[in-house]
Design a protein around this ligand. Structure first.
Ligand SMILES: [Zn+2]
Length: 269
């Protein structure tokens, strides 16, 4: 099962979850989303049981028995190895998001470049992203494996399903592991497209009206987090933001736009 696939089915056995984590591990390594032994993946097995990858293991080389089960406090329940050093971040996300059952952390190079530059992926340049993930923020830096990392991330977890971690990488999550993985892929793909527009020196932003329509679609699809869509330009026409052009929007305008978007998202749900 070199490439494998993540199993379907509403209720999976623990063995299936173990195999799924190994498959997702191969995917993130083979796609270059992690190097060496970086990255970590987990699945919520039950209210007090999390299955997580081990520390210091190449994600392509994990076997089902290499995974560790911990309780909600992070205490090891079973497994021979040590759980990932980013366990606390996974536990934080499960604690704050009862709808989340899988977490994926990696360092995909383009999105991680944005994270290292402190630039959020929050411009409405791709319709699919507005529908799928809304805006992707940058959480301030916290040293890996420390409470500081979780503290910096905490304010972003509720409102987003993908977060750039400053000077570090990306974390994505969702109702199941396939969704969490696909959100990682979408984030990296969007970062790549975004970078190309930067290289071209020009971005055509979707209009406020277009973003509104996409948001309505997003609400209908029942996207995970109630994340505001990327802020559109204040006028309803498309705007072209070249390297020297600015889209003028006061902070109050921007906040009003975001509030309105969040409110609309909630009403439509
Ligand atoms: Zn990392």
């Amino acid at each position: 099962m070199e490439h494998g696939s993540i199993s379907h089915g509403a209720v999976k056995t623990e063995e299936e979850h173990r195999r799924d984590i190994c498959t997702a591990g191969r995917w993130i390594h083979e796609r270059g989303y992690v190097a060496s032994t970086d990255g970590n993946i987990s699945v919520r097995l039950g209210p007090d049981r999390i299955l997580i990858s081990a520390t210091a293991m190449c994600k392509s080389m994990m076997e089902p028995d290499d995974l560790i089960i911990v309780d909600r406090e992070g205490r090891r329940v079973s497994g021979m190895r040590q759980p990932s050093s980013e366990l606390a971040m996974h536990l934080l996300i499960y604690r704050l998001r009862p709808d989340v059952n899988a977490v994926c952390h990696a360092h995909p190079p383009t999105a991680t470049g944005y994270a290292a530059a402190g630039v959020p992926l929050d411009k409405p340049i791709l319709c699919e992203l507005v529908i799928g993930l809304g805006r992707i923020p940058v959480a301030p830096y916290g040293a890996p494996g420390t409470p500081e990392l979780s503290a910096e991330m905490e304010p972003f977890v509720q409102g987003h399903d993908a977060i750039l971690m400053a000077n570090h990488g990306v974390v994505t999550y969702g109702p199941d592991l396939l969704t969490a993985f696909l959100r990682m892929e979408t984030t990296e793909h969007f970062a790549h497209v975004s970078l190309v527009t930067e290289l071209l020196g020009k971005q055509v932003l979707l209009s406020g009206r277009d973003v509104e329509k996409l948001e309505a679609a997003r609400a209908r699809y029942g996207a995970g987090a109630q994340s505001a869509a990327p802020a559109a330009p204040a006028d309803s026409a498309r705007s072209e933001a070249g390297p020297t052009e600015r889209v003028t929007l006061t902070r109050r305008d921007l906040e009003a736009l975001i509030d309105e978007a969040v409110r609309r998202d909630r009403t439509l749900r």
